[in-house]
Ligand binder design. Structure first.
Ligand SMILES: NC(=[NH2+])NCCC[C@H](N)C(=O)O
Length: 348
């Protein structure tokens, strides 16, 4: 299993992923032209042909044995540069009357574009058959999530100060979003999936045009809608846990459609960015010792030919990492090259 930049030839594979993601997974609508355009955008980003502030780095997880795509993930270098990027910020308003000696605090949703210019980690999806399971499938989700910190550490100067991740919100058994039903649906004459699909396609000017401009007092929302604020979809729990372990936190920002939380951090504070480090590659023929479960994450240091994968062991005291021939081939490195490596078990 290895990570590489998406390529023109991945369109069919990406369509398979898009069909499997399901409701509320905004960034991968099942639309061939859109996916083809997304691939083209990503290819020019990796080739350095687009300005640093508007790059979409889209990665795929490749099953080298079966030649299939097992999953994907992405990094957006800066959100909200071309089209506004919206959240609700959950804030508190204090209402107080000295005369009556009454003091109330009321949660309020403020429309915000505070995250303009921040980087975003997004689009993490892993096909069901690659979750959990045997060694080949072990820790694929962690590989997809954490390789992004190695990439950001390696190309740190092309990213801003902060990074965020928008998590999929709560839906009921029929795939309906109580938050949307109670709020967005009054302003947009569309059902959730249609509104979500349009924003995923990048057609989001209707948000700015139709969204309520005034703060919303949460006691006016239904109980079901309030219960969605800052809560995630069950499938999103593992992804959220991994981001929290890296130091991303919920600072009160939620999705304007489904109420799902946005977590964020300063990039330099993210565990994987701080702890990853370069080491020199040596290659040895034959069987090498391996950690019993994937622990060391490695990435090469090129942008256009970026590769990341688990490796069987860490570097020695001199900072030299010995790879098997298969590992070196997987990461497309030769003896004497530099790899960036992260011990995913190291305490922050
Ligand atoms: N689940 C959604 N599609 N929400 C609407 C898009 C929100 C996103 N933060 C943006 O402004 O682009």
């Amino acid at each position: 299993m290895r990570i590489r930049p998406i390529a023109e030839s991945d369109l069919e594979g990406l369509r398979v992923l898009a069909r499997e993601t399901g409701v509320g997974f905004t960034s991968l609508p099942d639309n061939t032209e859109f996916l083809a355009a997304k691939i083209a955008t990503a290819v020019s980003a990796f080739n350095g042909e687009t300005p640093e502030e508007s790059r979409l780095y889209f990665f795929v997880l490749e099953d080298e044995v079966e030649g299939k795509l097992a999953g994907c993930c992405a990094i957006e270098s800066q959100v909200g540069r071309e089209i506004p990027f919206y959240h609700y910020r959950v804030g508190t308003l204090a209402h107080s009357s000295v005369q009556l000696d009454l003091h109330r605090t009321i949660d309020t949703l403020f429309l915000s574009s505070d995250h303009t210019g921040d980087a975003e980690v997004a689009s993490l999806f892993l096909r069901a058959e690659y979750r959990g399971g045997d060694r080949r499938h072990e820790r694929n989700g962690a590989l997809l999530s954490m390789m992004r910190w190695l990439f950001m550490a390696e190309f740190r100067q092309t990213f801003p100060d902060k990074v965020l991740a928008e998590m999929r919100g709560l839906f009921d058994a029929d795939g309906r979003s109580p938050f949307w039903e109670c709020l967005g649906s009054h302003f947009f004459p569309l059902d959730f999936s249609e509104a979500d699909r349009l924003t995923g396609l990048g057609q989001k000017s209707f948000i700015g045009e139709l969204m309520p401009k005034f703060p919303i007092y949460t006691p006016f929302l239904s109980e079901e809608a309030r219960a969605c604020i800052g809560q995630v979809h069950d499938d999103t729990r593992p992804a959220l846990a991994m981001l929290k372990k890296e130091g991303l936190r919920w600072e009160g920002f939620i999705d304007i459609f489904d109420g799902g939380p946005t977590v964020e951090a300063y990039i330099d504070d993210v565990r994987g960015v701080r702890l990853s480090r370069p080491c020199r590659v040596e290659i040895k023929a034959g069987e090498l010792e391996q950690t019993p479960r994937p622990r060391w994450l490695a990435a090469n240091t090129t942008m256009a030919d970026f590769r990341a994968a688990w490796v069987g062991r860490g570097p020695d005291a001199e900072g030299v990492l010995t790879l098997s021939e298969a590992e070196a081939e997987r990461l497309e490195v030769s003896a004497g090259d530099t790899l960036r490596i992260l011990d995913t078990d190291e305490e922050a």
